[in-house]
Every structure is written in C-alpha cells, then in structure tokens.
Design a protein around this ligand. Structure first.
Ligand code: FRU
Length: 613
C-alpha cells in the first residue's frame, strides 16, 4: 500500500497504542510518525523477515536508528536514509524479533527545517517489508568472478581467518547497511578451495562496547581458554569512544560467536587495534601483536589462556615507513629456503604513506624470542623499508591461522583508503586479493625478502589455452596475442631481456582502454600504468603508474598476470615482486601485445589460460 500522506499526520495524537488511525501508513505493515524535523518513529506491525531501508549514497550524515524491541534498545545502526532518491535498499533483519514490538527510533541529520520538510524525504514511503532480500548480482560489469566479494554492502579488511576441517574461514569488516564504511560487523564467508566463496550469516555484530573492528581467530586445540578442545576463539577491537580489545568464542566452527561477558580484555590509554594472536610452539604460550596505531609501533603480549594478556615489549618506534598509522599487524615464522633456519616476519599495514600514496604494506624480517621482536639491520645498523606489494590496491594483509602443511597463506583488501568509497561499484564495494603464500627468498644481492606466491589452488582453475608462443624474438614491432572474450584469464609468460632493453606489454580492448607494463632491464624495474585503463576519473588518486624493483640481475622474468573483471594482479618471478591494481575497463581486455625497444628480448614461453570458474 502506498503512503497515505495527509495533514492528519501532524494532528495525530500518540495515544495508548502506537499511532492513531489514518496517520501516515508508509507501506503495509509499517507506520511512520514524524515528531520533529530530525526525529521519526517507525513501527513495524507486519510479520515479515526484513524491513528494506532505502539508501541514498551522497549523504555524509547517517541517520541513527535505535531499534527498540518491546521498548528496549536492541541495536543501533547508522544508515544514509534516502532523501530525494533511493540508490539501493538494504535489509534490516527482523527474524530475531519475531513476536515482539519493533519500533525504529530514528534521528536523522538532514538539516530539515520542519516536520513538513522531513516527511517529504522519499525514504519513509520506501521502507517496505519483505520476506526475501534479493542478492542476485547486479554488478555484471565489474564484480570479480574468482575473487571474494561481499554479496552486498561495504567491505574492508579481512579478519579472523582460520582453517579447520577442510574449510577456509574468512571474516571481514562489513557494513550490512550501505556501500560506505559504517556499522563495522564481522561478515563471514567460507571456501574449500580459496577460490569459490560461500556467504555465511554475519558472525559478530556491534555491541555496547562499540563496533567490531579488525582482529584474528585461532583454533584452541588444547582448550587453554576453557571453551572446549578446538573451540574457535576470536579477538577483535571494540571501537566505541575508545578502542579496546575484546574476545568471543565459537563452538560451532566459527558459524556463531558468543562475546565474552568480561570484555574488554585489554585496555590501553591510547588508540590500539587489530589484535593478531598465535600459539607459540617454542614458548608454549599465546602471543598477541597489537597495532599501537598513532604511536606507529606494534605491541607484543603473552597469555596462557587468551584472556589474561601481559604486555612484553614494543617494536617499531622510528623504524621503517612512518608516515601513516600502523594497523593490522601479523607475525609468523618462515623457513629460509635451503636451510632449516627460521626467520620471523612482521607485517605492518600503514595508511597513508604506502609506496604510491595511501594504503600500503611494509614488512620487517628478524628474530622473535616469544617476548620481543628484533628486526635485521643493514650493515650500517639502519632498518630498510620493505614493501610486500608494489601496486596501490593491497591492504590490511594478514594470514590464515591453523593452515595445513606448514603453509602461510594471506589475503588482503583489494583497495586503497584514498578512493575505496568512490570506486564505481555500488551493490558491493570492494573485493579481496587472490590468496598468496608467504615465502622467504634471497634477492640478487643476497638480501632476504618475502615473496607472495599465488596459492597453489589457483593453478587448478586454469582452463583452455587461448594463446601460446615459444622461443620467439620479441621484436621492435608489437605482436599481439588473444585473451578470452570475457577478459578473465591468467597470462603466464617468461622472457629474457638483454641489458638496456625495455620490454612493453600492453593489455587492451578495442575501445583503446589499456594497461601498460614495462620491464626496464637496465634498472631492473617493472612498471604498471593504469592511467588509461578505463574509468579512472572517480578520484584523482586513482589514475597512476606503479613500479616495482624486480630483485633480479639477469634480465630473466617470469610473469603470472591474473585478470578479473576489475583487477590485475601481477606476480613476478614466483611472487618476488608483486603489483596488485584495480582497473575498471568499460569492455573486457581482449588482447596482449609485446614489443621490445631494441628487439633483443627473447620470449621463452607464453600461455594465456581461460579460467574454469
Ligand atoms: C584498517 C582499519 C583497521 C580497523 C578497521 C576498521 O583498514 O583502519 O585498523 O580495525 O580498518 O574498519
């Protein structure tokens, strides 16, 4: 039923029940009463599963909605309720409130002068009840097909990833009520192959201590926390007026969590977030690394039971890249190839101050004795800044706990805080990177570094070979190779360039949209230019050229380039240099062309695979 809007709305008295007869009935089962220019009550009288909330993206000010169940505040959410037009709707789940009186006590911030103005906002008419919320993909152009995305809404950091009984769990920073950052909740997806993801119900929702920021999860094999053998324990930041660390446990393999009644479990007098915990085999206790964000250092704790944490040390003051806040840490051991020695790697996500502006991920290699991390130094005693990715779109990278076979897979949020809220997708906003395995390698100068190797599962989705070439000169004139018509593919190629040569790869479509990659054999660098890659004008920080050192000295380069609908990830020499960049082509890229400036480069092999997904 359409809204009945008449002057009765203003004269209606608020008597006994909810509204008097004839007062604004917005849609069937929904009653709306405006009490002032910024205050509206919405009563749900229908028995449906969802109330659709209409959203208009342009507003910075969200309406604050206190959801009252039988008169008590059950939850508080923030929504950009639409004013002049609705961009999309988001579902408010009523199923937990069946049989109870549900009233939405809404304070808008839309600078209306009078109740009369406020009632004109289109959202009131468009709040409708429904039993099913349609999550069919509407982003046919740019929603990735083999990367993880939320069904709808905003996503940032991956959180609490763990592996158990053949299932990879991935939680993430989610806004269930819009495609911009807000209402931080742990969304949840699962996969058995790290490629195909199944959406699960939200795992941890905001509570009285605040919204649920980033954190980690572990499988408690020895029941140290007292929730049973193999209970899943999550630690996260409760972000309210201050940031505190809280705990939750799950006895159903991470499907649902119960927050610890004694939360918060760690409080400090300054901003600290994104707790990342792990069992330390050598010391027989738990470790936790926590970002002391504004101090630009990481704090290290120990615990016997995941509840009582003792601060042991801090790392990083004045070291490495220091421009932005330090966030989302991780700390894990890796084996030095060809030896049985171990080094510890500390991942430190920073924003801003990444290698090409905005978000970036640096790492430190060193030793860890269970209490203190010490970084390796250069011969002159300084600590080099090392970047894990030389693109613009890989942030908040952390690893899966409890991974099988000694693996250390990681995943990152494939965006950048510079423009994440402006990228031209609406139903979902942001994807994760492909999964990668962390491995150590020695570069051409003998320096130890971390490689990001595409996870082995990715080789299993290789389909038909679309183009192939072997032992060919890369001449001064471009030679072209076909990509699949939908542009979704993996390019795997190896070439050898002579000194001073410049090898150019152009990936383009008939519209002339292109990504240009250049290997400079003299300077041992690879660049990635997305300035003309498609739609780039949604933010001035988006069109960019990124560039990576290639860490080799012999001009021999293997590239694996993964192209999805709105991303390109280049892995060089088995992940020794990596560039992750978003692209938004109007049409799929369908061609790859190669040329070398001096005509002295040799293409050893090239294969373009379509992907079975
Ligand atoms: C990093 C971050 C984290 C925080 C989360 C909030 O992108 O700022 O430090 O926990 O996002 O969504």
């Amino acid at each position: 039923m359409k809204a009945i809007k008449n002057s009765c709305i203003f004269s209606a008295l608020f008597l006994g029940g909810f509204f008097m007869q004839g007062v604004a009935v917005a849609a069937e089962g929904v009653e709306v009463r405006h009490l002032g220019p910024t205050h509206t009550l919405v009563k749900v009288t229908g028995d449906n599963n969802y109330l659709l909330l209409p959203v208009q993206e342009v507003f910075e000010d969200d309406a604050r909605i206190n959801v009252l169940a039988d008169g008590k505040i059950a939850e508080t959410i923030y929504v950009r309720l639409s004013r002049t037009k609705t961009d999309y709707t988001v579902p408010f789940d009523l199923t937990p409130y069946k049989g109870r009186n549900v009233v939405l006590n809404i304070v808008t911030n839309q600078n209306r002068n009078s109740v009369r103005d406020a009632q004109d906002d289109v959202c009131w008419d468009e709040m409708v009840l429904t039993d099913n919320f349609d999550t069919t993909n509407t982003e046919l152009q740019w929603r990735p097909v083999y990367h993880h995305t939320p069904l709808y809404g905003w996503m940032n950091d991956p959180n609490g990833m763990f592996y158990k009984d053949g299932v990879w769990h991935l939680y993430y920073q989610k806004n269930p009520y819009g495609s911009k950052w807000q209402n931080m909740t742990w969304g949840h997806s699962t996969s058995t192959d790290l490629v195909n993801w199944t959406a699960q119900p939200d795992a941890i929702k905001p509570d009285g201590l605040g919204s649920i920021f980033s954190g980690s999860a572990v499988v408690d094999h020895d029941n140290t926390a007292g929730y049973g053998k193999d209970a899943v324990i999550a630690l996260f930041t409760s972000a309210g007026t201050s940031q505190m660390q809280s705990m939750a446990h799950s006895n159903d393999n991470g499907q649902t969590f119960l927050v610890y009644p004694g939360n918060p479990i760690i409080t400090l007098d300054s901003e600290a977030r994104d707790p990342n915990m792990f069992w330390n085999n050598e010391t027989g206790e738990w470790n936790l690394i926590l970002a002391h964000a504004l101090e630009k250092e990481m704090l290290i704790f120990t615990s016997p039971d995941l509840k009582e944490w003792t601060l042991q040390s801090s790392f990083g003051k004045g070291l490495g890249a220091q421009e932005g806040v330090w966030e989302c840490p991780d700390l894990f051991p890796l084996t030095i190839p060809g030896s049985d020695k171990t080094k510890w790697v500390l991942l430190c996500n920073i924003n801003p101050g990444g290698p090409f502006g905005g978000s970036g991920i640096q790492y430190f290699i060193g030793d860890f004795d269970g209490k203190k991390f010490t970084s390796d130094t250069n011969p002159d005693g300084t600590v080099a800044t090392k970047w894990l990715d030389f693109g613009k779109d890989n942030y908040a990278v952390v690893s899966w706990s409890n991974a099988p076979e000694g693996r250390r897979p990681v995943i990152g949020w494939m965006s950048n805080w510079q423009y994440a809220a402006d990228v031209p997708t609406i139903q979902f906003r942001s994807a994760n990177t492909l999964p990668r395995e962390m491995e150590l390698f020695s570069d051409a100068d003998g320096e130890l570094r971390v490689a990001s190797v595409p996870s082995p599962e990715l080789a299993k989705i290789r389909g038909k070979v679309i183009s192939t070439a072997d032992n060919k000169k890369i001449s001064g004139k471009p030679s072209s190779y076909k990509l699949p018509a939908d542009g979704i593919c993996e390019i795997d190629m190896t070439f050898q360039a002579k000194e001073n040569d410049l090898v150019t790869l152009t990936i383009d479509n008939p519209k002339g949209e292109k990504v240009i990659m250049k290997y400079d054999a003299k300077n041992h660098t690879m660049s990635f230019d997305r300035k003309e890659s498609g739609v780039v004008d949604f933010n001035t920080k988006f069109p960019a050229v990124t560039s990576a050192p290639t860490f080799e000295k012999d001009g021999k380069i293997n590239l694996r380039i993964f192209i999805d609908r709105s991303s390109m990830e280049m892995f060089g020499n088995n992940g020794q240099f990596v560039m992750t960049n978003l692209v938004f082509p109007e049409n799929p890229y369908t061609s790859l062309s190669l040329e070398s400036k001096n005509g002295t480069a040799q293409l050893d092999s090239l294969k373009v695979y379509s992907l079975n997904i």
